[in-house]
Design a protein around this ligand. Sequence first.
Ligand code: CDP
Length: 203
Amino acid sequence: MIVTIDGVAASGKSSVSSGVAQALGVPYVSSGLLYRAVTLLGLEAGADLADPAALLPLLSGVRLEPLASGNRVWNDDHDLTADLHSTRVDGGVSTVAALPEIREWVDAQLRALPAPLVAEGRDMGTNVFPHAPHKFYLTASPRVRAERRARERPEDIPAIEAALTERDRQDTTQSAPAPDARIIDTGPLTLQGVIDTILNDLR
Ligand code: CDP
């Protein structure tokens, strides 16, 4: 069984997916972390983030570890996870995610993982696991999302909201909900409320 949970930036996908996966007793997989890892390694190498030929050679040691408590990304024996959510990575990741060669690399990593799992990102239900039987798509207003993300970033809410809106714009191509996804506005719901909505739907 595969459950896909897609949605716009900071819509709560990771926390919701982790909660749903723990309730089901299966791993969850955050595809965004792989795009973030490519971005971090590109930035550290001083590579052009729009050049797949400069990025792909950096990825041979990259591996996603889908722990139920929180995914980790490794580059050989170096744990990259703590460095993946900086403002710098936020600012470059959509450039990297627009590259078809990088999307193919991420998709191959994800499809190699054994089911059952909960997969979270932008195009899990449309592109990576189109035959998944259970699909969800999370939304919320830009202000609500910026308020949530302000707990994890040093900038103020208007700056975060502007950056999220810009990232949504850059991510439009890969962010359409699957036609068979259930769309959930998370704005009025608590985290547990979103998790329960999904678990009720799965029963
Ligand atoms: O948590 P947040 O939604 O802010 O970000 P994320 O899920 O970690 O994704 C970071 C970036 O990776 C997105 O802004 C997209 O550019 C890209 N991404 C994508 O293109 N496709 C996915 N399936 C997942 C992420």
